[in-house]
Design a binder for this molecule. Structure first.
Ligand code: ADP
Length: 484
């Protein structure tokens, strides 16, 4: 068992309508530590019936929650934020245990995750309407923004806290209740968030966490007409499925799906800065983020120099159990993830790629993989087309700006992109030419609560974070006031 300062944060029951409960049939799902393979514990394996009850409870809790003033809801969210931060040590330990990322990254995610609760509590107070100039002398035109209603959220395992708070923060702030299904691999962070929500005074039914079978829970969330909004972060394939399933009841959707981020290094770039950015963007969370650099394009003139510097930097990364001091690369989430990177490496090498570093499972076993760099990669290889979601940096070369843009945009995805240059004209041209929702210029890290996060093309719909993020949970009402 994990040694938490507050053992009450590790819950092996789901949280429905303010109560800690087991699955109706008593079934459970094991949760394991990817660094050791050891079982941490279990959570209830719930399905459609429990989900329906959580949705009904959310609907019952909605009127009182929306009726509160924004300031009252903000006070509860502030308390939730504070409790999350106060429990950083325990939450980070839980995260590293179930997800694998190094403790320092887990601690960073706790702060990042809390920031969405704080930010949206503040934003709740700034939800405003409009009065428009009327074309009629005796009528006035008012526009109000109201909470959409019961929201469902489905979240992935790569950011077990932040992907939840980025959804629950704006939903609750807007006056909507939320039913959450966390990823099967990382339910303990979600349940710990529920403990802290309860302590912060979030009323029963306003935030429920249903653990268990993705298909059954997701099926109920999408079929149930009470749910007015579904917010999802995960793969494009499942996003499409959820969109299809939501069509029958015309739900509002936010979809944060896969990426295939290009990372372009131009001849005029500060190479050391570009290497630092590439390490941050590519190897954070062992390459398991949807905004990780997936394709690294380097201009001819600096190709070999960049490759050498990158290999030297990647060589310094330390692979190991995330709880150990100095470790920067934890395990991948599971065996399937290891098989995908193995497939990408084998495919690239078979088609002429040059292995500069790594390329194999790590001696530590389990789902550890060596940080890998492959040069001479081309557009025919799997790494060019699919998200690797692992610690593999593939290096492509290009000669002109136009070629770089064409290569970068040659994907159905459009989440993040990055490039390094010091020429202001080129910076504008390339930033405007990239088909992605987010562009990092001379930086490999772009996410924060103040900025709008989201994609174009098949990377998704909607934006999370920023002042725009709360709109996803609001609907517009036009009131025509006559008889004046
Ligand atoms: P990843 O590759 O990140 O695991 P997924 O899209 O498979 O991406 O998973 C993201 C989330 O979607 C997880 O919470 C997972 O349980 C959930 N999920 C997977 N399949 C379904 C489904 N058929 N219906 C609803 N949710 C699903």
């Amino acid at each position: 068992m994990l040694q938490l300062k507050d053992p009450g944060l590790l819950r092996q029951q789901a949280y429905l309508n303010g109560e800690w409960v087991d699955a109706d049939n008593g079934a459970t799902l094991a949760v394991t530590n990817p660094a050791t393979g050891a079982q941490i514990g279990t959570v209830p394996l719930m399905g459609a019936a429990e989900t329906r009850r959580a949705i009904d409870a959310a609907n019952a809790a909605w009127p009182a929650w929306r009726k509160m003033t924004a300031k009252e809801r903000a006070a509860i969210l502030r308390k939730w934020n504070d409790l999350i931060l106060e429990n950083t040590d325990d939450l980070a330990l839980l995260m590293t245990a179930e997800q694998g990322k190094p403790l320092a990254e887990s601690r960073g995610e706790v702060a990042y995750g809390a920031s969405f609760i704080e930010w949206f509590g503040e934003e709740a107070k700034r939800v405003a309407g409009e009065t428009l100039a009327s074309p009629w002398p005796d009528r006035r035109i008012l526009v109000t923004r109201e909470p959409i209603g019961v929201c469902a959220a489905i979240t992935p395992w790569n950011f077990p806290i932040a992907m939840i708070t980025r959804k629950a923060g704006p939903a609750l702030a807007a006056g909507c209740p939320m039913v959450l299904k966390p990823a099967e691999a990382t339910p303990y962070c979600a349940l710990a968030l529920a403990v802290l929500a309860e302590r912060a005074g979030v009323p029963a039914g306003v935030f429920s966490v249903v653990t268990g079978a993705a298909k059954e829970i997701g099926g109920e969330m999408t079929a149930n007409p009470i749910v007015r909004k579904l917010t999802f972060t995960g793969s494009t394939a499942i996003g499409k499925l959820l969109m299809e399933q939501s069509a029958a009841s015309i739900k509002k959707l936010s979809l944060e799906l896969g990426g295939n981020a290009p990372f372009i290094v131009f001849d005029d770039a500060d190479l050391d800065a570009a290497v630092e950015g590439a390490i941050a963007s590519k190897y954070r969370n062992s390459g398991q983020t949807c905004v990780c650099a997936n394709r690294i394009y380097v201009q001819d003139g600096v190709y070999e120099a960049f490759a050498q510097k990158l290999v030297a930097a990647v060589n310094k990364l330390k692979v190991g159990n995330g709880v150990e001091e100095g470790v920067t690369q934890g395990p991948l989430i599971d065996e399937k993830a290891v098989q995908k990177i193995e497939q990408h490496v084998a495919d690239a090498l078979a088609k002429g790629g040059r292995l500069l570093l790594g390329g194999q499972r790590h001696a530590l076993g389990h789902s550890f993989f060596q940080p890998t760099v492959i040069a001479d990669v081309n557009a025919e290889m799997l790494v060019a087309k699919e998200e690797t979601f692992g610690p593999l940096a593939p290096l492509f070369s290009f000669s002109t700006d136009q070629e770089a843009l064409a290569l970068a945009n040659n994907t159905e995805f459009g989440l993040a992109s990055y490039f390094y240059s010091r020429d202001v004209g080129r910076i504008w041209r390339v930033a405007e030419g990239l088909e992605s929702g987010m562009v990092g210029v001379n930086t490999g890290l772009i996410s924060n609560e103040v900025a709008p996060f989201g994609g174009v093309k098949q990377s998704g719909l909607g934006r999370e974070g920023s002042h725009l993020g709360i709109d996803e949970f609001l609907v517009i009402k036009y009131i025509c006031l006559g008889g004046i």
